[in-house]
Design a protein around this ligand. Structure first.
Ligand code: LLP
Length: 436
């Protein structure tokens, strides 16, 4: 077979066609049209179980993953998370309402974000949100005030910036002191906000949260962050007598997008981080809180794939070749935004030599609308199918209607193939417009 090694075990080849989760992707493209996002349901479920089992085994029975649903939010994913018995993290009322529609128990949801409005807070409390993850003093006062009006005492975690730079892309690194998120330990403000939280009558502080960044392959940054956080928790206990119940270490485990990325064993990562925290707490006589983690990307990225149809091939002799597809930055803005790497295949020419160097261009009216530059695929022509792998996280979630393009359909591949999000129609695209 020409294509040496496929990136993930849910990929295969049948005849000349690429298969995903056991389904022929070219057949699916015919059946549902393109651009088409495919999701491997078993893989999502397995990953959720892997996290849940590993966390309960190594961090203790009370430890659970929260699915960071900003990575991919739609009704079905909260139904799956509910069935798999994990928690979720939401960052907006849009995500919250999607979870409500799925029947997700909101007492198991954590509301994150650095600029929640009074309306957000009120709506979430009215619907029984479990925890707020609080970023700032302003937010803390607002939650206290609204909780008081409602006659409740609201559970919260405080988001703390441990001051870690995990050497990842600047736009997705969030744990540094000057981050827009959280309250820094280094400046003394973390202790201040903790004292404030403890003093407010309608606030029930349960612990602390940190998130250091995304697409991190090493475990060291997580161990460093955990050291800083458990030390902080100890300091809080010394100074205030408050013993934190929870420490949420955030998300951030890396995902294999291209062959040069390493394979990651999430169970082993969790085992090593747990061993490290245990040892560190023992050596320093520190209390080990219940550990939470909130993976987004690593729960769904490699369960996703996008299939496109080639619209044109343009060769500029002496310069470059463009293969233009029927989607682009409106369904996958990650190359345009971050220069993210992707593996690209021709889904209907899996046995042909991948020796045609080209840039995969989107169909939007913008030169930067590229999906990937200088990839090698077989020579393609109009009508061929292009597969972009590992698009489950932060693709559909970041999709837009730029150029008034409808968002693609999302099809869930499990025992059967079923539409999880129907393709937007042109009617949908204009549905909010008034005729003047
Ligand atoms: N928790 C918090 C507080 C977060 O801010 C994030 C991601 C996560 C958990 C989940 O992190 P993950 O496990 O997915 O790395 N749009 C960017 C990624 C932004 C990540 C934002 N926060 C991208 O496409 O790469």
């Amino acid at each position: 077979m020409i294509c040496k090694e496929l990136l993930h075990e849910n990929l295969g080849v049948k005849g000349n066609n690429l298969t995903f989760a056991g389904y022929d992707t070219v057949e699916l493209a015919k059946k549902y049209g393109t651009p088409l996002m495919l999701l491997d349901e078993n893989k999502i479920r397995n990953t959720m179980r892997t996290y849940k089992n590993a966390m309960q085994k190594y961090f203790g029975e009370n430890s659970l993953p929260l699915y960071a649903s900003k990575a991919l939010s739609f009704v079905g994913i909260y139904q799956i998370a509910k069935e798999e018995g994990i928690n979720t993290d939401i960052v907006s009322l849009g995500e919250l309402c999607t979870a409500i529609k799925a029947g997700f128990p909101l007492e198991r949801a954590f509301f994150h974000g650095n600029s929640k409005t009074d309306y957000d807070i009120e709506f979430a409390i009215d619907n029984g949100i479990g925890f707020f993850n609080v970023d700032t003093q302003d937010e803390l006062y607002a939650i206290d005030r609204i909780a008081k009006e409602k006659g409740i005492c609201q559970k919260i975690l405080l988001r703390i910036t441990p001051g870690i730079d995990p050497h990842t892309h600047a736009a997705i690194s969030t744990g540094k002191v000057d981050s827009k998120f959280g309250t820094a330990i280094e400046t003394g403000q973390a202790m201040e906000i903790t004292r404030l939280a403890l003093s407010l009558e309608n606030i029930d502080l349960r612990g602390f949260h940190c998130h250091i960044g995304s697409q991190i392959f090493e475990i060291e940054p997580f161990c460093d962050a955990a050291d800083i956080m458990v030390k902080f928790i100890d300091q809080v206990k010394l100074e205030t007598g408050f013993e934190a119940e929870y420490l949420n270490l955030g998300g951030g485990f890396g995902v294999r997008y291209v062959e040069s990325d390493p394979h990651i064993d999430y169970t082993d990562n969790i085992r090593r981080i747990a061993e490290h925290i245990n040892a560190y707490c023992q050596e320093n006589g520190l209390h080990m809180p219940k550990i939470l983690m909130e993976p987004g990307r690593s729960m769904v990225a490699d369960s996703g794939m996008t299939i496109y149809t080639v619209g044109s091939v343009k060769e500029i002799p002496g310069y470059k070749n463009y293969v233009a597809i029927d989607g682009g930055m409106s369904d996958n803005p990650r190359y345009a935004l971050y220069g993210s790497q992707y593996t690209v295949l021709c889904a209907n020419k899996m046995n042909e030599n991948a020796d045609y160097e080209c840039t995969i261009a989107g169909r939007l009216c913008e030169s930067g609308d590229l999906i990937q530059e200088n990839v090698k695929i077989p020579k393609v022509s109009r009508g061929d199918n292009i597969a972009v792998l590992v698009t489950g996280a932060y693709n559909y979630a970041m999709a837009s209607n730029y150029n008034r393009l409808p968002r693609p359909a999302v099809v869930l591949l499990g025992k059967t193939d079923r539409i999880a999000i129907r393709r937007e129609t042109y009617e949908d695209v204009c549905r909010l417009d008034e005729i003047l």
